[in-house]
Design a binder for this molecule. Structure first.
Ligand code: PTJ
Length: 249
């Protein structure tokens, strides 16, 4: 890994870039994952590279949804494995939830490499290696999933999604939690709960809320989720971004 000076004003961003570039060289991240990362970086820059209060509200509701679920699943793709593997494993253990590898650019080699990496880091229940079901209405390999995992999940956390699957999962009646720095993306617009935050900050923050809400009555958690107004939160994020842009002019 290239040495990056801690005094560099963009230290964190450069370290993350290096991490994702290395993960691509090791076959974890697909090459288009670098492009997706760049788009995310641009939106993160606009957000101020921080968890804004509107994102934190969504992170709290995400925790409530995951805690009140019967079969919650956290979906893992290449970028998520590179940037937030430890955080996703820790969150899954805390809820508890299952992890499932689901790739847009699926190849058996990449699935195996990501699975080996997650297991090395301590992941226990891991789905995605032996798909035995398809998400209806999807033509891409993203449709491939496991019956015990995403297929029968009632709540699915989908960080860095590519859009179509988010809508298809909604069509199956599931609660879909999207983490996406782009509030305009199809995933962000289609999800039940949209978290406009970097996956590296969002997953630990959801876990913070899992710890906080763990002893809350299930009926209260369900009410928090059912009264959540995702469109209102997204409109708030858009307004935050436009005010921030205007403040520079
Ligand atoms: O590993 P695979 O094969 O499943 O492929 C994964 C990628 C990410 C390449 C694939 O899902 C894809 O092409 O995604 P998109 O359509 O580029 O969408 C990714 C979304 O994630 C974009 O809206 C980005 O703004 C957003 N994003 C990128 N980096 C981050 C992010 N959101 C949160 N945190 C990030 N670090």
């Amino acid at each position: 890994m290239q040495k990056i000076s801690k005094s560099h004003p963009r230290y964190q961003s450069l370290v993350t870039r290096e991490l994702i570039a290395q993960a691509m060289k090791h076959g974890i991240v697909h090459e288009t994952g670098l492009i997706a990362h760049g788009r995310g970086e641009a939106f993160d820059y606009l957000l101020g590279e921080t968890t804004i209060p509107l994102a934190d509200s969504a992170e709290k509701i995400a925790a409530a949804a995951l805690l009140s679920a019967k079969n919650p699943v956290i979906s893992i793709n290449g970028n998520v494995a590179a940037l937030a593997a430890d955080e996703c494993i820790s969150l899954a253990k805390n809820i508890p939830a299952n992890l499932e590898i689901n790739l847009f650019h699926r190849s058996p080699e990449r699935v195996k490499k990501i699975a080996a990496m997650l297991r090395k880091k301590g992941a226990h229940s891991l789905y995605g290696l032996n798909p035995d079901a398809r998400i209806p209405g999807l033509d891409s390999d993203r449709a491939l999933c496991e019956k015990k995992g995403i297929f029968t999940a009632d709540v699915v956390l989908v960080p860095l999604e590519d859009g179509d699957r988010c809508q298809a999962l909604q069509g199956m009646g599931k609660i879909v939690i999207a983490i996406d720095l782009n509030p305009l993306s199809r995933s962000a617009q289609a999800a039940t709960i949209t978290i406009v935050d970097n996956v590296t900050r969002a997953v630990p923050r959801i876990e913070h809320w899992v710890d906080t809400l763990k002893d809350t009555k299930s009926s209260h958690l369900v009410k928090l989720v059912s009264t959540w107004d995702n469109s209102k939160n997204l409109a708030g994020v858009m307004s935050f971004l436009s005010k921030r842009l205007n403040s520079f002019s």
